[in-house]
Design a protein around this ligand. Sequence first.
Ligand code: ADP
Ligand code: MG
Length: 318
Amino acid sequence: MGEFELIRHYFMPLARSLGSHSVLVGPGDDCAIQRIPAGSDLVFSIDTLVEGVHFPLNYRPDYLGWRALAVAASDLAAMGADPACFTLALTLPEVDECWLRDFAFGLGKAAEAFGLVLAGGDTTRGPLALSLQVHGLVPQSTGIRRSGAGPGDLVVVSGTLGDAGAALEYLDVQNPSADQAFVLERYHHPEPKLKLGAALRNLATAAIDVSDGLLADLGHILEASSVGANIERSRLPVSPALNRLTGSAAGDFALHSGDDYELCLTIPEANWAIVPSSLKQQLTVIGVIESEQGLRLDGAAVVSESEAVGFDHFRRIS
Ligand code: ADP
Ligand code: MG
């Protein structure tokens, strides 16, 4: 199977919904063309996943397809962007049709679930790696940045934290318990909070997705906004499964472990008061932004730098 046949067979079907979409030209030409509606800003980001670094060796290809797009789309959610389209640069060691079929299946399910159509890509031979560029749209000047947090804003997170990090222990378990299966599902099939992010774009002052761990990611907001925060450990949202699996360590997973792809946002109290209750159900207030810089847990400074760093590739290997 040649490169073009491969693209036509496995990836063109993911462009099928182009008809009703802002993508005027999809895969098959030299470039894709996306029409940007008047009054919108284009919001875009690229993410690279390398086998053995960002996902395990011999990781299930259907899971990889979902996870790769979810991770990329999560950045759109953090900006409050409505999803539009994506491109895929795929580096493959060989043409393995079973692998490609399963990968395209997982990717296609995610594309449909998130409302992202495939607009183009690149296919090359080499060690397994993929880069996905995602495009989203926001009404002009409404993209949520990291830099807008102000003293008094509530620090809010979506969903529960720590599940995906706990799942790393169980990746090789043959017959996982119900609780293990729950956290494993959170690792394998993260759900980017696209609707939530978009719904909060006029209410939140700053946002980030929790990919590296809450303390590390909130730290990025604090730095960009030149503010500090106090977080209350007892308020951290933790799933019953994580509580049962890790006991008193659940809070540490919630603070330090990544891969959950929930959102961490800052919202002024006046805006919090008008957040619709359907959204509040998905959110937990965990602390408050303060003018004094630095991150505090129950009033005590988070001292050790490594505690707030989370996952940093270059730190790990040095
Ligand atoms: P060019 O040589 O002009 O850069 P390519 O040969 O790289 O074009 O790609 C041909 C067409 O196939 C392009 O429209 C490109 O977007 C599309 N394409 C290549 N790889 C993929 C892929 N993995 N997924 C989707 N579309 C792809
Ligand atoms: Mg060309």
